[in-house]
Design a binder for this molecule. Structure first.
Ligand code: PEP
Length: 252
């Protein structure tokens, strides 16, 4: 069985004091959900403070991105080993705000995923289609292309450490969630495709999170789907009560 993994992506929000307070609330929420793995991805400047609050508890801390190189002259970037040094366990790569806002290519995301693995971080590889791509029936093609660039050539051991987040771009920050059936359809195709790329034993262990306007009132229905193994949560992860309810979801 795959352990559900729920991660809050705090993006570029909050102050240090707010991050510390929120981390304390998430630490408490995770104690009430012993069957669920919980993570938070604070803004880089607050990672160390949040790691301190989460130390010894059940909450994993992660980065929102990393560079594809381990060090070098890359002004403004953060390397995987630096995240490890601050206590991070995972890193998000290929978020749509970086793919579409900052022009990160599939190839670039693949390099970041490999850099994360080389640093001992669990990569959360985000994939997902634009609204226009969904409307012309290209969802499967786009998601498979992104997965292929991220995973091709990885050995089973490394691939098995990765997490995939399916995040339809039209659902991120819009309040428009994919229905559980729409999400399940893509999640099962992702697992099928990973099976082809990496073999079914690995594909059956890789956790696939759903992301896109996950809220306290839709998490239960999403988590009843067989291939939805957790969530990557943006806006609602900034609200301690909402994120607590999401972490403590109830499968009906
Ligand atoms: C995200 O940023 O990954 C995300 C899913 O955001 P939101 O939950 O706000 O849609």
């Amino acid at each position: 069985m795959r352990t559900p993994f729920i991660v809050g992506n705090w993006k570029m929000h909050g102050t240090r004091a707010e991050a510390v307070a929120l981390a304390g609330a998430v630490r408490k929420a995770a104690e009430g959900a012993p069957e669920v793995e919980v993570g938070v991805a604070p803004p880089f400047p607050f990672i160390e403070a949040v790691s301190g609050i989460c130390a010894g508890g059940r909450v994993k801390v992660g980065g929102q991105d990393c560079h594809s190189e381990a060090k070098g002259a890359f002004t403004g970037s953060t390397a995987g080993p630096m995240l490890r040094d601050l206590g991070c366990a995972f890193v998000i790569v290929g978020h749509s705000e970086r793919r579409h806002g900052l022009g990160e290519s599939d190839e670039c995301v693949g390099k970041k995923l490999r850099a994360a693995l080389a640093s001992g971080l669990i990569p959360i590889a985000c994939v997902g289609e634009l609204l226009e791509e969904r409307e012309r029936g290209a969802t499967e093609h786009v998601v498979r292309r992104q997965l292929q660039a991220a995973f091709e050539g990885l050995n089973a051991d490394l691939a098995g450490r990765c997490v995939v987040a399916y995040e339809p771009v039209w659902a991120i920050g819009t309040g428009r969630t994919a229905t559980p059936a729409q999400a399940q359809e893509v999640h099962s195709d992702i697992r099928r495709f990973l099976g082809r790329l990496l073999g079914d034993p690995v594909a059956s262990t890789v956790r696939i999170q759903y992301g896109g306007s996950v809220k306290a009132d839709n998490i239960d229905a999403l988590m009843t789907q067989p291939d939805i193994d957790g969530a990557l949560v943006g806006g609602a992860s900034l609200d301690a009560a909402a994120f607590t309810r999401i972490v403590q979801f109830q499968r009906s």
